[in-house]
Design a protein around this ligand. Sequence first.
Ligand SMILES: Nc1ncnc2c1ncn2[C@@H]1O[C@H](COP(=O)(O)OP(=O)(O)OP(=O)(O)O)[C@@H](O)[C@H]1O
Length: 308
Amino acid sequence: MIQLEGITRSFGERRVLDDVGFRVDGGRMTGFVGGNGAGKTTTMRIILGVLSADAGTVTIDGAPITAGDRARFGYMPEERGLYPKMKVLEQLVYLGRLHGMSAGDAKRSATELVDRLGLGERANDPLESLSLGNQQRAQIAAALVHEPVALVLDEPFSGLDPIAVEVVLGVLRDYAAKGAPVLFSSHQLDIVERLCDDVVVIGGGRILAAGSREELRARHSGSAFEIELAGPSADAGWVRDQPGVEVTHLDGGFARFDADSDAAAQSVLSRAVAHGSSETHGSSETAIVRRFGPITPTLAEIFKEVVQ
Ligand SMILES: Nc1ncnc2c1ncn2[C@@H]1O[C@H](COP(=O)(O)OP(=O)(O)OP(=O)(O)O)[C@@H](O)[C@H]1O
């Protein structure tokens, strides 16, 4: 587990990180989200030791992080750092060797990654001849080639098409499943929502929210519910008459409402189940409950709420 505590950093008079603290657990994918200039890259550089903090600590498994630990990390920096003229596979083997792998291990690991990331046919081409998306895949391979103990990736999905996103996602998931902590920043909240186990939201250099995806959703879900009734004459109009309930959207058998309490919401469900919606409107038809539950916010909605 990587843990940051009280990290502060200024550039000149400007404080860009202010008491930043969060953890990245082993075996989990942690998404790091924030607007432009929020402080994500600066934080990642401090984790990697590329930049120093003015105050605060970074620990790994409870002990202060060392240069030796960092050498075993995989890092994909914002400024992508591969050699444009060097062939893809050759370059990955070279990087593996730089990290102390044997020639055989480096070749095996590089070849595996190149195949897994769909670069097999381009393995012997210079990096600069690849499309930007494929160069990005090569950057991800470079972060992984030495079988790192932890991964820190700055915007690994930017510039990838949806198929490439799926490929990279699979590789990262398998990697995290081996028990390593994985931290990645992204502006693509839909991807973060799908991929991450934990989320850290940063804004103006401060941590605005952190926790598991489910925790954050639960914490930010308000009192909104929805019910959907099915049947030829399904009509959820009666929900408006329920005590403690305010309907915010009504469309045939579908109603979205705010409830004063869980009990008020439950009474809507009870009534729907017991009587069927249409009975209250004098029809003999009964409607069945197709869907009922609280409305959980998307990560994009939570992000908007905490960043405001
Ligand atoms: N070397 C530097 N000198 C001065 N200011 C800097 C330096 N590096 C970063 N900053 C400033 O620190 C703030 C945080 O930048 P950072 O790159 O960490 O944000 P970010 O969240 O990664 O943004 P983006 O999503 O746009 O990449 C910004 O206002 C940036 O201008």
